[in-house]
Design a protein around this ligand. Structure first.
Ligand code: HEM
Length: 460
């Protein structure tokens, strides 16, 4: 039921008609992406394998085995955009924000250039499974040992014996770095500070930063070692400001590594994300206007969002579903038919649908209604967040939640208005608390012999 009068009764309800664009009625983005990736990386071993009690098919015929294998393969990137955005998010994240130590603009600018050069080369080497100290005579292997068996200072053994594990290194630049380096004239509009938003409970010790390095890998030792090595490469020029580790389920343990993952509240998270390789994704994520140095880049919004899990877990499963607007078990929107009748995660949400009692099936304050692009001028963002678990707070409650990471062409028209709407009335607000915020410009990939952000520093 979706008459004009009833529409008005629900804040944000769309006009009657198809609720979600046809392009969105598709298999989950993770599934498609990983299966495509699996094809790219080849199907290796071929022989059958056993996982737990499950007898697996030969890999050639088994997309699950192929997806697991691709999760461990090296990431090559597409040459245009930095890796760590369109690839399936591997299981582990080490995110570190840094500040430049120089105070004088000329010195800060020189340091910024040196750090970006070091991270470009270091990131390339690490993603190839080599040590970033590869220039050391004798050639350094993945374990950091020279051909002569000498272990140079600064080269550790942390990741020795491990493969590339899907490692990606993604570098971001904060507005404060440009200001510190006297580059205010090159500040892109979308890098405008995220305004204070209602409900924010931001902690002084976390958030913002001159520079950021997002390291993702399927193995935690690989991620740790890479983040540590990149930190060492910039030592003296930067000081660490804050860091956040995050995780997702591993490809090895997942029944289907290509399926949408769950967050710590147990929800399938990522269902209605723009899908890489589509026009919707390109429009939502890549900067096409603004200063030359950011064309083909993107902007990364980070929010550390604590989940009040003790309260959340007291809700029944139905009540949890109503908060989000999707069923917890299969992720189907609450407007979808039952699973027996064919409803599922990929069923388009119908925000106009009402139940027999006349109430909207997806509540007026449900998270997916308030954040859906059709209520925000069609503008989307690409969410690629990680769960985090930082142990217990002083009261013995879990400090765990979502490290929300969203890539977008312009946060002023994507994240900021959506978060303003969510902060005002999202049913989820009772169960979450935003504790940190940061925004970084993520420049496009470096040219083969150049470095990240080169056009920022060298454009005349
Ligand atoms: C801990 C905090 C959050 C949790 C647990 C959460 C959870 C979810 C879940 C379960 C969905 C439905 C599945 C999906 O399409 O991915 C969803 C959708 C979405 N969320 Fe969140 N979310 C959180 C914070 C945010 C924030 C801060 C924003 C942006 C300001 C946001 C934006 C969106 C958008 C744009 C969608 C897609 C809505 C649609 O088109 O159907 N979320 N979220």
């Amino acid at each position: 039921m979706s008459g004009e009068t009833s529409n008005r009764a629900v804040p944000g309800e769309p006009p009657a008609g198809p609720a979600t664009p046809a392009a969105d009625r598709r298999p989950g983005p993770h599934r498609r992406r990983v299966l495509a990736g699996a094809g790219l990386f080849g199907l290796g071993a071929g022989a059958g394998a056993t996982l737990g009690t499950q007898r697996l098919l030969p890999e050639r015929a088994d997309p699950v085995a192929a997806a697991r294998r691709s999760a461990l393969a090296p990431v090559v990137g597409d040459g245009r955009h930095q890796p760590g955005i369109i690839e399936r998010a591997p299981a582990h994240l080490v995110f570190t924000a840094y500040d430049l130590t120089a105070t004088d603009p000329v010195a800060a600018r020189a340091a910024l250039g040196a750090v970006l050069r070091a991270w470009t080369e270091g990131g390339r080497a690490l993603m190839h499974g080599e040590s970033p100290s590869g220039a050391i005579p004798g050639g350094v292997t993945a374990g950091g040992v020279t051909a002569g068996g000498v272990r140079p200072a600064g080269v550790g053994r942390e990741a020795a014996g491990l493969g590339p594990a899907g490692l990606t290194v993604t570098v971001g630049i904060g507005a404060s770095a440009l200001r510190r380096a006297g580059l205010d004239a090159r500040l892109p509009g979308p890098l405008a500070d995220i305004p204070a938003l209602p409900g924010d409970r931001l902690e002084a010790a976390r958030g913002e930063g001159d520079l950021a390095v997002q390291v993702c890998a399927e193995d935690p030792m690989v991620a740790f070692a890479a983040a540590r090595q990149l930190g060492r490469l910039a030592a003296g020029r930067v000081r660490p400001r804050w860091s956040q580790r995050g995780f997702q389920r591993t490809a090895a343990a997942a029944t289907d590594p290509a399926a949408t993952p769950r967050n710590l509240m147990g929800q399938l998270d990522g269902t209605n994300n723009p899908r890489p390789g589509t026009a919707q994704f390109d429009l939502a994520v890549w900067a096409v206007s603004g200063p030359e140095w950011m064309r083909g880049g993107t902007y990364l919004v980070c929010r550390r969002i604590r989940m009040l899990l003790d309260s959340w877990e007291r809700l029944t499963e139905d009540a949890r579903g109503e908060v989000i607007g999707r069923r917890i078990d299969d992720g189907a929107p609450l407007s979808a038919p039952s699973a027996d009748a064919g409803g599922g995660e990929d069923t388009a949400a119908d925000f106009a649908a009402r139940g027999p009692d006349g109430r909207p099936l997806i509540a007026g304050n449900a998270h997916i209604r308030l954040s859906n692009p059709q209520f925000h001028g069609g503008i989307a963002m690409f969410r690629r967040g990680y769960s985090y678990d930082d142990g217990l707070d002083a009261a013995g409650e879990p400090d765990a939640g979502l490290f929300f990471l969203a890539f977008q062409a312009d946060p002023r028209t994507a994240f900021v208005p959506v978060q303003r709407t969510l902060a005002a009335s999202d049913a989820l607000n009772t169960f979450i608390r935003h504790t940190a915020s940061a925004l970084f410009a993520v420049p496009p990939a470096a040219s083969p012999d150049g470095y990240l952000g080169q056009r920022l520093l060298e454009e005349v």
